[in-house]
Ligand binder design. Structure first.
Ligand code: 1GP
Length: 230
């Protein structure tokens, strides 16, 4: 089990609001992926977040909660990733929800377990971009500015290029990685099998595989091996 996020190359993102059989979860957790990230854009509740944690906990794989809803902060995960959506137009997703959550839990948090994700939303049609009212009309210079903001100004542990649902522009992704000094570059969006996983892994530090788990399970599993051989 590798709790050093800086070593992770492949992560599965599982949505507590979607169904997976025990057999599927078993195969994901034993696939050789570096971590399971639990999170979703809608329908995430305390109950379904606890349930998924309990099921993943039977395995050694690191298990991380990506917090998007204050009511679904469940103790017991190895790490907690806190998204800050840098190009959100709704400030609730930059500092608002965070402020409310810290009012409640700030004094009792184990800060060793908390990592900040500087999110840059790049698919304007994704649920996450719609919810956060993200300004996704960005040119390369805009993206570079957000990348530097996350890395150099805010010292985020992770810069997350989020294309959720579509495969992104790998030139932008590799350019972003080359700009980083401190943060780790996560890429997510539209990885539907080993070929795209390999391409993304050449451009980013860590690739996140989400939707295909629920759409084409065998293709999802094959992404692990593809990334590890880069
Ligand atoms: C979503 O970045 C992840 O938050 C993964 O995207 O679901 O398109 O694989 P996909």
């Amino acid at each position: 089990m590798l709790l050093d996020m800086k070593q992770w190359k492949h992560v599965f993102k599982l949505d507590p609001d979607r169904e997976l059989s025990d057999d599927q979860l078993d195969r994901l957790c034993l696939s050789g992926t570096d971590a399971i990230l639990v999170g979703g854009s809608s329908g995430v509740t305390y109950d379904n977040t606890v349930d998924l944690l309990a099921r993943i906990r039977r395995y050694e794989v690191p298990c991380v909660l990506e917090v998007s809803n204050q009511d679904a902060i469940v103790p017991g995960y190895d790490l907690f990733f806190i998204p800050i959506v840098l190009n959100a137009r709704d400030p609730q997703w930059i500092v608002g929800h965070h402020h409310q959550a810290l009012r409640e839990y700030g004094a009792i948090l184990d800060w060793q377990q908390v990592m900040t994700e500087g999110y840059i939303m790049l698919n304007g049609e994704s649920t996450a971009a719609l919810i956060t009212e993200a300004d996704t009309q960005l040119d390369t210079k805009d993206v570079e500015a957000y990348v530097r903001m996350a890395d150099r100004l805010f010292h985020c542990s992770i810069v997350y290029l989020e294309y959720s649902g579509v495969f992104g522009d790998m030139n932008i992704v590799s350019r972003a990685r080359d700009l980083l000094h401190h943060s780790r570059l996560f890429y997510g969006g539209g990885i539907d099998g080993p070929d795209k996983a390999r391409e993304a892994a050449k451009a980013a530090h860590t690739v996140v595989v989400g939707n295909v788990v629920y759409e084409q399970f065998e293709q999802a599993l094959a992404t692990v091996e593809a990334v590890k051989t880069i």
